[in-house]
Ligand binder design. Structure first.
Ligand code: CA
Length: 234
């Protein structure tokens, strides 16, 4: 048995019921949200260990739910896409979803993905627990980022990061082990509207390395991906 909770955001009643049944059978605590707004609210209140997110949802679409939740939490998101929604799938992954399955999928395949994602998030560790309200804390590679308080620690010692450094590091940590181009990072961290040079990213990466790497000249966390850009490795 597992004590893991899974939020199912799916508006097709039959599919939602089947998912709920199978996940419960596997020992998970499953909850159903039938539209995007409800998914967002339930995700915030129940803080699930994993979110199964259909992209075509009423009220607020799945991509928007994904975009909002990724900014404030780090539980894995597995998106459910319809066949042919290639673009949405890619956008979903770029927005920080961890994996996807294409409908129609077999329950066996889905359960395997769920298990893999839950295992991975177990390895990277949940946010620290305490008596106070749970916080949004990212932990990886000896670093801790408190997204609520905007504070950072390296091996338990506070690190002073400028706002943009913090945002860049948070984005890369939330999408760890995934490479991003400078343009993509500019879009996601700096915003679409400001015309900035790609070298801005390089400069911030250099500053960050001085603060978070043991040896900034041999980075092990914030690594350069030749011909692409950067990746946070942990
Ligand atoms: Ca749907």
């Amino acid at each position: 048995m597992s004590d893991k909770s899974i939020l199912i955001a799916e508006d097709e009643e039959g599919l939602a019921a089947t998912l709920h049944y199978r996940l419960t059978q596997e020992g998970y605590r499953a909850t159903i949200a039938t539209d995007g707004q409800q998914a967002l609210e339930l995700a915030r209140s129940m803080r699930p260990d994993l979110l199964l997110l259909d992209l075509m949802l009423p009220v607020m679409d799945g991509l928007e739910v994904c975009r909002i939740l990724r900014k404030e939490s780090s539980f894995p998101i597995l998106i459910l896409t319809a066949k042919g929604d290639e673009v949405d799938k890619v956008v979903g992954l770029e927005l920080g979803a961890d994996d996807y399955v294409t409908k129609p999928f077999s329950m066996r395949e889905l359960l395997a993905r769920v298990k893999a994602l839950l295992r991975r998030s177990l390895l990277t560790g949940p946010a620290p627990e305490g008596n106070e309200a749970p916080r949004n804390v990212l932990t990886a590679g000896g670093l801790q980022l408190d997204l609520t308080a905007h504070r950072a620690w390296r091996e338990g010692r506070a690190v002073d990061l400028k706002p943009r450094e913090f945002d860049l590091l948070a984005f890369l940590m939330q999408n760890r082990n995934r490479a991003f181009t400078r343009d993509h990072l500019l879009d996601r961290v700096w915003g679409y509207d400001i015309p900035i040079d790609g070298r801005t990213v390089d400069v911030h990466v250099r500053w960050l390395r001085e603060k978070i790497e043991e040896d900034a000249s041999k980075p092990r966390l914030l690594v350069t991906v030749r011909g692409v850009g950067y990746r946070f490795e942990a």
